[in-house]
Design a protein around this ligand. Structure first.
Ligand SMILES: C[C@](O)(CO)[C@H](O)COP(=O)(O)OP(=O)(O)OC[C@H]1O[C@@H](n2ccc(N)nc2=O)[C@H](O)[C@@H]1O
Ligand SMILES: Nc1ncnc2c1ncn2[C@@H]1O[C@H](COP(=O)(O)OP(=O)(O)OP(=O)(O)O)[C@@H](O)[C@H]1O
Length: 283
């Protein structure tokens, strides 16, 4: 008898704004950012095994098995929960790596929530988010599954409900190293903290944009091209560039023009992650 597989979505995120307030003693940066999910992402399938082995069957270019955030998330959860079960994992990977749309962090969160369900651990969201934070600054928001205003290094989350437009997302064919951008001497690190909620209009800038655009001509090009149709923004530390449109038809039209020369996709913004919508249906 074959073990049944559970397939769960692993959505992308966008940073609708990103301000850098300062640098902490450990080198990490204090941020204020707004996360929103996309109805677009990878799909991860899981099948429980009873021998305790954790095995990711899909190979990733340049990411060894044990360094994959999916495997790290599974191992840490197994270790900390004392669970004797194991897991077989497959992923249908469509999210670009190093694109600032959070693929690795989202994969880690989907793994944590999927295994919590399949291994019947009964961990609450706070505990899963705390474990997730050790894997990456963006993991907690994917664990919680609601669009959020984030502070600290991204772990202090307040749910928000921004508009949910259709986005054109351009994917310049360069991988941007987050660590490299955060260590650039030209990065602005002194944005004043926003104290008013909701975040007032006019605060949509991303402090990483000037540094990324300066270093990567491909990103500059994408910003210029999309900027002809709408406000073109950078997500995270890039490389992806996005802009919102009121309808799918308008987003499709612009995407069709731009993707003649650039890679990209159209997806709807969503304040509730599609992972959580699927899990809700399961329960
Ligand atoms: C900037 C964002 O993309 C916003 O969504 C994320 O906070 C980055 O999250 P991430 O890719 O999961 O980043 P991590 O793997 O935690 O960190 C990668 C590297 O970026 C730098 N880093 C990251 C986040 C942060 N708040 N300050 C930093 O200085 C650190 O050098 C760190 O070693
Ligand atoms: N499951 C995974 N999916 C993607 N990348 C992974 C994974 N596991 C490890 N990595 C490593 O993490 C790096 C960053 O990947 P990721 O896709 O999260 O970047 P990102 O979209 O820029 O994320 P962020 O917006 O959180 O900075 C990759 O270049 C890769 O080396």
């Amino acid at each position: 008898m074959t073990t049944p597989r559970l397939t769960l979505p692993s959505p992308a995120k966008l940073n609708l704004m990103l301000h850098i307030l300062g640098r902490r003693e450990d080198g990490y940066h204090e941020l204020q950012t707004i996360f929103q999910f996309l109805d677009y992402g990878d799909e991860i399938s899981f099948a429980v095994r009873d021998d305790g082995v954790i095995r990711l069957h899909t190979e990733f270019d340049g990411v060894p098995h044990d360094s994959n955030l999916i495997v790290k998330a599974a191992k840490q959860l197994q270790e900390q929960s004392g669970c004797a079960l194991g897991i077989d994992i497959w992923i249908d990977k469509i999210l670009p790596m190093g694109g600032g749309i959070g693929g690795g962090s989202s994969n880690a969160a989907t793994t944590l929530l999927g295994l919590n369900h399949l291994w019947q651990l009964g961990w609450d969201e706070d505990r899963l988010a705390a474990l997730g934070l050790k894997l990456g600054a963006d993991v907690p928001v994917f664990v919680r599954g609601h669009a959020a205003f984030a502070e600290g290094v991204g772990e202090k989350l307040t749910p928000v409900d921004p508009e949910e437009p259709w986005y054109v997302v351009l994917v310049p064919q360069v991988s941007v190293s987050t660590a490299e951008i955060f260590s650039d001497p030209l990065l602005t690190r002194n944005s004043p903290p926003i104290k008013v909620r909701p975040v007032p209009k006019g605060n949509s800038r991303n402090d990483c944009l000037p540094v990324v655009a300066r270093r990567y001509p491909e990103v500059r090009n994408a910003l210029n091209l999309l900027g002809k149709f709408t406000e073109a923004k950078l997500t995270g530390t890039g490389s992806c560039v996005f802009g919102g449109f009121p309808s799918k038809a308008e987003a499709d039209k612009v995407s069709a023009l731009l993707t003649e020369t650039l890679t990209g996709f159209v997806a709807k913004g969503s304040n509730v992650s599609m992972l959580h919508r699927k899990l809700q249906n399961l329960l």
